[in-house]
Design a protein around this ligand. Sequence first.
Ligand code: FNR
Length: 380
Amino acid sequence: YTIYLDGLTGRVPSLPMSFAELERRAEAAMSPELWSYVAGGAGDERTQRANVTAFDGWGLMPRMLAGAAERDLSVELFGRRLPTPLLLAPVGVIGLCGDDGHGDLTTARAAGTMGVPMIASTLSQDPMEDVAAALGDTPGWFQLYPPNDRELTESLVHRAEAAGFTALVVTLDTLTLGWRPRDLALASFPQLAGECLANYLSDPVFRSRLAAPPEEDPQAATGLWATLFGNQRLSWDDLAWLRSLTSLPLLLKGICDPDDARRAVDGGVDGIYCSNHGGRQANGGLPALDCLPGVVDAVGDTPVVFDSGVRGGPDVVKALALGARAVAIGRPYAYGLAVGGQGGIEHVLRCLLAETDLTLAIDGYASVGALDRTALRRVR
Ligand code: FNR
């Protein structure tokens, strides 16, 4: 109740209390190029919008006198108990949402303070080793965009293991970039991504591919990166090789089709990451939330992580009730960083956790484990 009681003495929060206000303030804090990159999506953005409105299609059934005075928000993932069901989704160029050129480290510190694991993107302003160190005791996962170069892929994965990341997320929906009109209009992506190549520039294999060190010829390094970034030829035949690269828990990100999910589990992955990249890749697709139950049903006990469109506590609860083991957010924390630095991310997480907790309390669910699909009804 502290936040309500503060109001009695005239104290009101200086940071935004609603997602709409957070979005408005983030836009004001960012350059037009950065805003178009972070807030934008593929095509006319109807899939991005549908990701958010899909949550309106489910209603939570409140249960009275259900003994939820104390709630347990913890979840178990890959043999670890995490204090909350939230994760920070990988956001390439998150660094640029901060104001000191080290926003990836700021994000890691916020994640560390809140005990919310950060999934560190391949596209980062700081090398993954520094990001892992800034997380402290909070686990971090490394997200890999598999480059078009096996030796470089292997090097990035081995570095992630050595740095102490506790899981590897391989993103499959970005083997080529989506059609993003806002980016195209302002040429945002090449400018912004070019500033987030620390994981490549610090990599011995990447450096060995260059005629001159990147410090001497940065343009050549960016050019090489552009040719190596995606790998459209990656196929299910490569899964055994990807699996062989690491003993860390391996998740595939971008899986929406139950058949793909089953195939991934048969191929030895440890987790499925159901996501449509926040509507940034293919427009015209299903809202990610509508894909979640089918993916969960296809994979038995294999944990499913979900993201795309989560904006508030009830959304977190609905995704968990549909079978997600944990729920990640992307844009909300990027906006938090732009608006308030480390404190801004922590604020976004605190608000989301408080609203998740209160939703469980008021609706009568004492733990994340008490949620299943009987908590939901379709809204007509
Ligand atoms: C992303 N996302 C992303 N995913 C990934 O696997 N690697 C990455 O580097 C990035 N980069 C990235 C940049 C920006 C600016 C955004 C907004 C998103 C996708 C991200 O992990 C996640 O799937 C979505 O952000 C989830 O949707 P919401 O929460 O933004 O609606």
